[in-house]
Ligand binder design. Structure first.
Ligand SMILES: [Zn+2]
Length: 194
């Protein structure tokens, strides 16, 4: 991502405010006096004293801080709920138990499938389908296709509301053909886009 910079221009108005738009913007400089003020002042380089008051907040949010805020907002409820338990485990049982607890809680709080592909293999976490029978813990083979003669592809472990699994996407014998078809599909997509 490109670094966002704030316009460095200050107003010559009685109240000094720095322009809150991005650097090298087009049009007049604009700034609200506070991050929540519902109006902003607008002025141009040609007439720095001609200030117009317009509706709407114009405030530059430093990107790092905005991202940190977002992460904090997501993590705060989780930390409030699980932090004390993890701390007690760390103090009274063992640090390793606390780490395992946090890891398990993180994994089981997954609401969307997350996968990492490594060539022919993939590993990931995904929520249990609502139709599946409730399980606290379970281990199952992942197979290519259905039936008793299906080839084993990998392992799936059910941990309450999620499944953690690692398996191959296709059997080894079909891998070259699979790769070829993927490449063909990508080429087709590129063609239709251009
Ligand atoms: Zn500006």
């Amino acid at each position: 991502m490109r670094r966002r910079r704030q316009c460095t221009t200050w107003s010559c108005f009685a109240v000094g405010v720095q322009c809150q738009r991005l650097a090298k913007h087009d049009g007049p400089h604009e700034a609200s006096p506070t991050p929540t003020y519902d109006r902003h002042w607008s002025w141009t380089d040609e007439d720095p004293n001609g200030i117009t008051v317009l509706p709407g907040t114009v405030w530059f949010h430093r990107p790092e801080r905005a991202r940190l805020k977002k992460i904090a907002r997501l993590l705060a409820p989780w930390a409030l709920l699980h932090g004390p338990i993890a701390l007690l485990l760390w103090l009274y049982v063992s640090p390793a138990t606390a780490v395992v607890f946090v890891a398990l809680e993180l994994v089981t709080s997954v609401r969307r499938p997350r996968f990492v592909d490594l060539g022919r293999f993939t590993a990931g976490v995904w929520p249990v389908t609502p139709a599946a029978p409730p399980l606290i813990f379970g281990i199952a083979w992942a197979t290519h296709g259905e039936g008793r003669n299906a080839k084993i592809a990998g392992l799936e472990v059910v941990l309450g509301p999620v499944v953690v699994g690692a398996f191959s996407l296709v059997p080894r014998s079909e891998w070259p053909a699979y790769k070829r078809s993927q490449a063909a599909f990508k080429a087709l997509q590129k063609e239709s886009r251009s």
